[in-house]
Unconditional design. Structure first.
Length: 564
């Protein structure tokens, strides 16, 4: 059986995590008779990105698949970079993706007293000691992948002395960084994570929930398995970088004398082209002002993707189809865009918007006359109905849809050529007028009254269809065109360059004075549209307001993804 398949099992297949859980809850299995219980443990020091979405989708999907439960537990044991802002944003993102932890919202800080008590038990069992080495000295003593570590000169302190010193650490009697509590395991272990890892450190930063109650905080590798056990977690599902930490996870649960301890299972994290998934690097982009916050539509954060126009259905389809693997890989960003197009093609209403407008004057159309046409809202969904659009002598068209001297295989407007105006008439270009500086001012044409609706009763061939907006009945909008944030698919691959050197200067183009159908002026989020011939767009949730709509391009119409 392959270790790579779907996340939710919608295709009827299973993957290695599902198979492991099936064995664990079977008769005679590790968790026979127990309800499957998973958890998602984000650290509230940044906003969630699509890689986190893969992780919590697996957590919630596996609980759902086996009729179990999934907790949301914030790993808030590092107060220096944590904030309630991130706590709220994380909850919003998970709910937006369609998952619910019901009443099972927890914080690592909820268990501060219990984790401290476990640390005391480890000291009493001779499995932990207070160390006076500095952080640099601890690193030097740890050894390398090929050389064993050296024991700290403080490793053999008595249980009584360690208990007293640890109590003094909690009381705030020592300076930050002056002492730590370490597990006593094996300084010669082949796995460096077992060479007397840190259990507690002194840190006086105020905590966003507990204030200054605590000045010592447990390390993740010590607190996490104990928190899992306290909550009754059966399966701790985590990304592959924690595989080398699993022996320590098991050591903690074993020596804490826990009955039926949780099982850790690792999967490959999500990596994608043209982006970075490191929370540290994403924070750098925000703090350096290189993007417009965590919810910048160029960011791979869920808030950024939501603002850009991605839908939960598209993201979940993408995650389901890339599957779950033990083998690290990089997914083409074009496939995520492909999934979004599939979703929006069925749900987004069609409309016409002219992004770089130039005036089209139909010389033989009566001045002052206006007529209307019925236009379908979505050819993929007849239930979406129709809308009424107006047509008159003066229209807006795209500047690129006219060329006075056409290039080869250019079939749009040029003198003497015919095109079809979507939903309206066939017109023939007669020329143009230019300003004193040579820039294009207006395009002129005549229309054929016998071609209402774009039909050609005489059967003549018209090779191009253009979108347009009635100049007398339209609204102005700001449109933001987004591209990849980086110019190369692997921005972190070049050892001689910082990843910021590959930022794409054209990742955002802002167009003002765009002409759109008048109904779009009052559109409220989260409405999605297909601007004909241009792409899929949504209303910007931050900057758009009535009378001043701002549209973000979620994805272009052209699909560059090729399976295989």
């Amino acid at each position: 059986m392959s270790d790579r398949d779907t996340i939710s099992g919608e295709t009827g297949s299973s993957h290695f995590i599902e198979e492991a859980i099936t064995r664990d809850i079977a008769p005679g299995g590790r968790f026979e008779g127990r309800k499957v219980h998973t958890r998602f443990p984000p650290e509230p020091n940044g906003w969630l990105h699509i890689g986190h979405a893969k992780a919590f989708t697996i957590d919630f999907a596996m609980a759902e698949r086996f009729g179990g439960l999934c907790n949301l537990r914030f790993d808030d044991t590092n107060p220096s970079k944590e904030d309630v802002e991130y706590v709220e944003a994380i909850q919003k993102d998970i709910r937006w993706m369609g998952f619910d932890w019901e009443d099972r919202l927890y914080f690592g800080s909820d268990y501060s007293e219990q984790i401290y008590d476990y640390a005391v038990r480890f000291i009493r069992k001779g499995l932990a000691y207070v160390d006076d080495l500095s952080a640099d000295e601890i690193r030097a003593y740890r050894g390398t992948l090929t050389e064993p570590g050296r024991e700290s000169p403080w490793r053999n302190r008595s249980v009584e002395e360690n208990l007293e010193l640890f109590a003094q650490m909690r009381a705030g009697d020592f300076a930050d960084g002056s002492r730590v509590l370490r597990a006593k395991i094996d300084m010669a272990a082949g796995n460096i994570n077992l060479r007397d890892p840190l259990m507690y450190r002194i840190k006086r930063d105020p905590h966003h929930r507990t204030g200054t109650t605590w000045c010592i905080y447990p390390m993740y590798d010590f607190a996490h398995p104990l928190q899992d056990a306290i909550e009754g977690i059966t399966h701790s599902l985590c990304s592959l970088e924690y595989e080398d930490h699993r022996p320590l996870y098991d050591w903690v649960t074993e020596h804490a004398d826990l009955p039926s301890p949780p099982r850790q299972i690792e999967f490959a994290r999500l990596n994608m082209t043209y982006t970075v998934m490191s929370k540290r690097k994403l924070r750098l982009l925000v703090e350096e002002g290189l993007v417009d916050g965590w919810d910048d539509p160029r960011m791979p954060t869920l808030s950024g993707m939501r603002r850009r126009g991605y839908t939960p259905a598209a993201i979940r389809s993408f995650l389901d189809r890339i599957g779950v693997s033990k083998v690290p890989s990089v997914v083409d960003n074009a496939f995520l865009e492909h999934c979004l197009r599939e979703d929006l093609n069925h749900s987004a209403h069609r409309t016409m918007a002219v992004l770089r407008p130039v005036k089209l004057v139909i010389e033989n159309y009566p001045a002052g006359q206006t007529e209307t046409f019925e236009a379908e809202n979505n050819p993929e969904d007849p239930s979406a109905g129709t809308r009424t659009i107006s047509f008159s002598r003066e229209l807006w068209i795209e500047e690129e849809d006219f060329m006075e001297v056409p290039e080869k295989k250019y079939f749009r407007l040029f003198p003497g050529n015919e095109v079809r105006l979507k939903h309206a008439y066939v017109i023939r270009c007669t020329g143009c007028t230019r300003r004193a500086d040579g820039s294009l001012e207006t395009v002129t044409a005549t229309y054929d009254p016998e071609t209402r609706g774009g039909n050609t009763p005489d059967g003549r061939k018209v090779r191009s269809t253009l979108h347009w907006v009635d100049a007398g009945h339209c609204a102005e909008a700001e449109v933001r065109l987004y591209e990849n944030l980086f110019t190369r698919p692997d921005p972190e691959a070049d050892p001689d360059k910082d990843f910021l050197a590959h930022l794409n200067p054209a990742s955002l183009v802002v167009l003002t004075g765009c002409k759109v159908e008048p109904s779009l002026a009052e559109t409220a989020p989260p409405a999605h549209f297909q601007f004909l011939r241009t792409g899929y767009f949504c209303i910007d949730t931050r900057d758009s307001r009535p009378g001043h709509p701002v549209f973000n391009r979620a994805v272009s119409l052209k699909d560059s993804y090729r399976p295989g």
